[in-house]
Design a protein around this ligand. Structure first.
Ligand code: NAX
Length: 329
């Protein structure tokens, strides 16, 4: 049996970077056949159709079928996995409320289409920004689909944070673990090194030797660098993060489906863990087993970390209030 995967915004940049890696087996492994459903708006259909032609030309052994559509119910029909990448970007002069309203017009109907058409084991990953609140809107609109099946991507932020820490320590990134992202996928996010390990041991001593005042380094260097990495990529590359975002999406879904070997980060629904208001889709340290994310509980947080988490969560509360007042949830 093949896995049916719906990718929205498949004609866009991240879509283009994702499709070929999925078809090559990077996401679900070398034994899992896939069927791809590329969902676009009419303006994006030609680009998605072009990608579909190239997928054909890739002669991928694992790729059973590709369908391109602009009809959400067709696009989500029988989907086991949905990657919601297409979103409305912030236009000139657009306020945050306008942005949330425009995205509500996308993620509300997509949530309804998922509830109507997707397979009963559907798992949804929202990449399109503002990812956490878009996931909340989709989840709220998907009657009958458990809220745990809706997640927002914060793995790119975590990968960036691990890479920055590894570089600072002069160590390979694979040795650096447990650097969770808390809160919103936005500039308020909190990349947390307080439980980070290198080769299984706490990083504290090595980090102090490398940077001196660790708290000052976090405040002045590490956190701004991670939180503003998207802007740095735009400045250097002349275009937003694409391949790294696709790669993080692959990491997220692979771990969700096959299990994670350590903690990682994902925007998942809060049941009140760490005082995050219930129902918000907030990033937490998580691990995955049996095809479900679990929040890593019981971590000690000092006042400084707590304040950073609270500030990012306050932004999520604010976004929820806005979409509620707009009648989107
Ligand atoms: P592009 O503008 O290249 O592609 C977006 C595609 O979505 C377009 O082809 C468009 O036609 C399509 N689309 C728009 N509305 C749609 C709808 N209702 N249904 C289906 N398709 C629709 O953007 P790209 O660079 O691919 O980025 C996609 C999204 O990812 C953006 O919202 C971006 O902000 C977000 N990102 C999220 C990241 C994360 O870590 N969560 C990081 C990277 C990226 O910034």
């Amino acid at each position: 049996m093949a896995t049916t995967i719906t990718i929205t915004g498949a004609g866009g940049q991240i879509g283009y970077a994702l499709l070929f890696r999925i078809a090559a087996g990077d996401m679900l492994g070398p034994d899992e056949h896939v069927r791809l459903r590329l969902l676009e708006i009419p303006q994006g259909l030609r680009a998605a159709e072009g990608a579909a032609l190239e997928l054909q030309d890739g002669a991928f052994e694992l790729l059973d079928d590709v369908e391109v559509t602009d009809d959400a119910e067709v696009g989500f029909d029988g989907a086991n996995l949905a990657l919601l990448v297409g979103a409305r970007p912030r236009g000139p002069g657009m306020e945050r409320g306008d942005l949330l309203a425009a995205n509500g017009g996308i993620f509300g109907p997509q949530g309804r289409a998922i509830a109507a058409a997707a397979a009963s084991d559907i798992r949804v990953t929202v990449v399109g920004n503002p990812a956490n609140t878009n996931a909340l809107i989709a989840s709220s609109s998907a009657d009958g689909v458990p809220a745990e099946r809706f997640t927002a991507l914060t793995r790119l932020d975590e990968n960036r944070a691990r890479a920055q820490l590894a570089q600072t320590l002069g160590a390979p990134v694979t040795l650096v673990r447990r650097v969770p992202i808390w809160g919103n996928h936005s500039a308020t996010q909190f990349p947390d090194i307080s439980h980070a390990t290198i080769d299984g041991a706490p990083v504290a001593e090595r980090l102090e030797a490398a940077v001196g005042d660790v708290r000052a380094w976090q405040e002045q260097t590490f956190i701004p660098r991670v939180a503003k990495r998207g802007a740095e990529i735009i400045e250097v590359r002349g275009s937003s993060s694409v391949a790294s975002a696709a790669s993080a999406t692959i990491d997220h879904v692979r771990d969700w489906v096959h299990g994670s070997d350590d903690w990682t980060s994902a925007g998942v629904v809060s049941r009140g863990e760490y005082g995050v208001p219930e129902g918000l889709i907030s990033s937490f340290p998580v691990r995955s087993s049996g095809g479900a994310w679990q929040i890593v509980e019981g971590l000690e947080l000092d006042g400084w970390a707590r304040a950073r988490i609270d500030a990012s969560v306050a932004e999520l509360v604010d976004e929820r209030e806005t979409v509620r007042s707009l009648g989107l949830i």
